[in-house]
Design a protein around this ligand. Structure first.
Ligand code: CIR
Length: 255
């Protein structure tokens, strides 16, 4: 959770048509843009250098740069997103990554893997199987992680949850923030677990960056819980991006 740099991508006007599991109405472009701007501001405040890539009208979900790639200080991995409308986002982010990283690996084979299914912890990289990340993609990702010298493991994502990280985030090296439904599966046995209050499940996609934890502003009970636990909480509005199933981690690649 200690980062020097991030990459983000400006939302396109087409973001209003972003993918979603349940339709709760389109987000507005202005609303998404305002949430994105506040996110960039909070990142700079947290001490990271922000590279802003240009908007891509042809890719409504391309603001969610976390999914087509995975980055570490040791290098970047080009992934293959599991949604048909997103698979070519990888080609769009590739040039920027080649410019910024000496090592850029391609996911071998034909399987799929989304960065939203990947939780990087100090000991290992957890890869959640989901509707977007299949067994072949997860295995291929493990082989790339081996090459970067990173241990990894394949785990399950609860039924009906978009991404593994939709339901969890890292609070520090020993502690995860998780929904009850994910924690119940036992994946975080080696961690101290902070469980999201019932009804605020969407708050689980929080984001620890250096000394702060960014949390969706619509989740007062989670904010209070983390504040009481001694974390420095920065609430950020996620109402509009939430309508297209996104949270805070989705909007950046961090290393
Ligand atoms: C999608 O369905 O792909 C987007 N509407 C949301 C992606 C969220 N990304 C993430 O959790 N890493």
């Amino acid at each position: 959770y200690e980062f020097n740099s991030i990459i983000v991508r400006t939302p396109s006007q087409s973001v209003v048509n972003g993918l979603r599991a349940d339709d709760r109405g389109n987000p507005t472009f202005e609303g998404v843009k305002a949430e994105h701007d506040a996110y960039i501001g909070a990142m700079r405040e947290a001490g990271v250098k922000v590279t802003v890539l240009p908007a891509l009208e042809a890719f409504p979900d391309s603001i969610f740069v976390e999914d087509p790639a995975l980055v570490f200080t040791e290098g970047a991995i080009l992934l293959r997103p599991g949604a048909a409308t997103r698979v070519n986002e990888t080609k769009e982010i590739e040039p920027a990554l080649r410019e910024m990283f000496d090592t850029v690996l391609d996911l071998p084979g034909t399987g799929y893997a989304d960065g939203g299914d990947v939780l990087t912890t100090r000991e290992s990289v957890m890869i959640g199987l989901s509707a977007r990340t299949d067994k072949a993609g997860a295995e291929a990702l493990r082989s790339c992680l081996d090459r970067l010298g990173r241990k990894s493991e394949i785990v399950a994502t609860p039924e009906g949850v978009l991404h593994f990280k939709t339901d969890c985030s890292l609070l520090d090296d020993e502690t995860v923030l998780s929904t009850n439904r994910l924690a119940r599966s036992g994946v975080f046995e080696k961690f101290r677990q902070v469980i999201i209050p019932e009804g605020e499940e969407a708050a689980a996609n929080a984001l620890r960056v250096n000394d702060v934890v960014m949390v969706g502003a619509d989740f007062p009970r989670t904010i209070e819980m983390l504040d009481k636990a001694g974390y420095k909480v920065v609430p950020l509005k996620t109402t509009e991006i939430g309508k297209i199933d996104a949270g805070l981690s989705c909007m950046s690649l961090r290393w």
